[in-house]
Unconditional design. Sequence first.
Length: 51
Amino acid sequence: MMCSVGDAFDLDLDGKLPVKDYVCKDCENKFKGIGKNVACPSCQSKNVAES
Ligand SMILES: [Zn+2]
């Protein structure tokens, strides 16, 4: 098995939804996002980018 770097939260919640790493461009919060319309959980901004 390959082990990718940075999988701090390797939670196998569902196994279907692609969880990606995002970073908020407004507050620089880093978080896991699921789906297409991802908003920052810290400041609710949608100005986020995949990291
Ligand atoms: Zn934010």
